[in-house]
Structures are given as structure tokens and as C-alpha cells.
Design a binder for this molecule. Structure first.
Ligand code: APR
Length: 229
């Protein structure tokens, strides 16, 4: 079975009603990264940050996977598919994808401030100030904030190194180390970029550009791959 690596960003969930970060009216137009997405912000403006992620989580609880998430599940019939997502939503899992690696954390989870292995899954959208870990220490959103290490980058690199096919879907490729993953794929790897817009730096070398929204572009590419194999 051939290995398909899939790198997804906020664009794949846009048609499920979740905002991207850098499009017009994206999240970073309405919030300052330094106010809500750093550990310093969490320490200084805890209520603001907690509310920001509560709001994101509330929207996620009422969102559903779209056709793009579902099409990727179909690929598992013929390929070894490994999804690497920058998204903190769980729409790939809810669509039925079996191998999903989250690079930037998971919105529905909290983690202890003192023990990175103590992770709690929330049953509803709201994190309240009284929520503590087993030892009584505070819990924080299970999100990789700007300036923090990305512990899952090493396994993600290995997945890219083994890929026969790479699909990059709905990411502006602005944020590192995630954006650098595409460079770990071999020259033989067949690479697709699915996005309605060219990324800032243009189309990376060796990529087939499918200029479309995820629900249409992913369907087209998945059909193509399933017919060929
Ligand atoms: N289908 C596919 N792609 C889309 C769609 C759509 N319907 N709508 C928008 N896009 C594309 C945009 O053209 C853009 O290239 O999705 C991309 C979204 O880019 P960003 O908002 O920068 O999101 P992303 O690349 O996932 O951001 C990376 O930045 O702040 C962080 O941690 C956050 O994981 C996130 C990281």
C-alpha cells in the first residue's frame, strides 16, 4: 500500500463554519496573537484567553465534518493515510479518519500546568476557572501557543519522509515548523496543494496546484487517486 501524508490547515474546516486565521475576517484580524495565543497572555490575561478558547470550543461543538474531511476517509480503502493537522478541531476524527496527528494541540482538551502528560478531555465547551488537575494544579488549554515547542513535529517529519503522495490542504504555509514539513518529502513523492488561493510565497516547487475550496478540490484529487490505484 502506498503512503499518503495529508497536511491540513484551517481552510479544510472553513466550510464547516470555523474561521481561518489569516483570511480577511479571519481570527487574527479580530484578535492579536500576543493577546490570546502565547503563554505570557495566559498568565497575564487568563480570563480573556480562557474566553477566547471557550468561544472556539463552543463553535466546534456545533460544527460538523464537511465533504473534504469525509473524502479523506475514503482514501483509507486503498492507501495508508496519515493526517497531520495544524487544526485544533476534531473534525477529521469525527469524519472517521483513523490516523490523525495534531501538531498544535486539541481544543477539546486541557492540560495540567505542571504535568504535560496529564490531559483532560472536556465534556462540553466551557473551561471554568475552578477546573484543576488531580493534584489541584491549574489546567490550561491543550494548545501549542506561539513560542512553545511543537512536540509532535518529529513524528510528523517521519511521516513526510515515507510519503509516496502528499496532499496539502487549506493552509497558508505561514507557520513553522509545520510549513517546513513539505521539504521532508522525497523528490519522487507526488505533491498536491489544494487551496482557493496561492500561498504568499507562491506554489512550492514540484506541487500540482488545485485551485479550489476543500470540499471540491479534495473530492477531485481523491477520485483521481482512487481511479489510478
Ligand atoms: N477550502 C480550502 N482552503 C481554504 C478555504 C476553503 N474553503 N478557505 C480558505 N482557505 C485557505 C486560505 O486560502 C489559506 O491558504 O486556508 C488557508 C488558511 O490559512 P491560515 O488562516 O493561515 O491557517 P493555517 O495555515 O492553518 O494556520 C496555521 O497558524 O495561528 C496559527 O496555530 C494556528 O494552526 C494555525 C497556524
Amino acid at each position: 500500500m502506498q503512503n499518503v501524508a495529508v497536511l491540513t490547515g484551517a481552510g479544510i474546516s472553513a466550510e464547516s463554519g470555523l474561521k481561518t486565521f489569516r483570511d480577511s475576517d479571519g481570527l487574527w484580524e479580530n484578535y492579536h496573537v500576543d493577546d490570546v495565543a502565547t503563554y505570557q497572555a495566559w498568565k497575564k490575561k487568563t480570563d480573556l484567553v480562557r474566553n477566547f478558547y471557550n468561544e472556539r470550543r463552543k463553535q466546534l461543538f456545533s460544527a460538523s465534518p464537511n465533504e473534504a474531511h469525509k473524502q479523506l476517509v475514503r482514501l483509507e480503502n486503498k492507501f495508508n493515510v496519515q493526517i497531520i493537522t495544524q487544526n485544533v478541531d476534531d473534525l477529521h476524527e469525527r469524519a472517521g479518519s483513523t490516523k490523525v496527528l495534531h501538531l498544535h494541540g486539541e481544543l477539546k482538551k486541557l492540560v495540567s500546568e505542571t504535568d504535560p502528560f496529564e490531559i483532560v478531555t472536556l465534556k462540553d465547551w466551557k473551561q471554568t476557572p475552578d477546573m484543576k488537575d488531580k493534584s489541584g494544579y491549574p489546567l490550561r488549554p491543550f494548545i501549542v501557543w506561539f513560542g512553545e515547542p511543537v512536540p509532535m513535529i518529529e513524528p510528523a517529519i517521519k511521516i513526510c519522509q515515507k510519503a509516496d503522495i502528499l496532499l496539502v490542504i487549506g493552509t497558508s504555509l505561514n507557520v513553522y515548523p509545520a510549513a517546513g514539513l513539505i521539504h521532508y518529502c522525497s523528490n519522487q513523492c507526488k505533491k498536491y496543494l489544494i487551496d482557493p488561493q496561492e500561498t504568499n510565497g507562491g506554489i512550492p516547487n514540484g506541487f500540482i496546484f488545485v485551485k479550489d475550496v476543500a470540499t471540491k478540490g479534495v473530492k477531485q484529487v481523491v477520485e483521481e487517486l482512487l481511479i489510478q490505484n
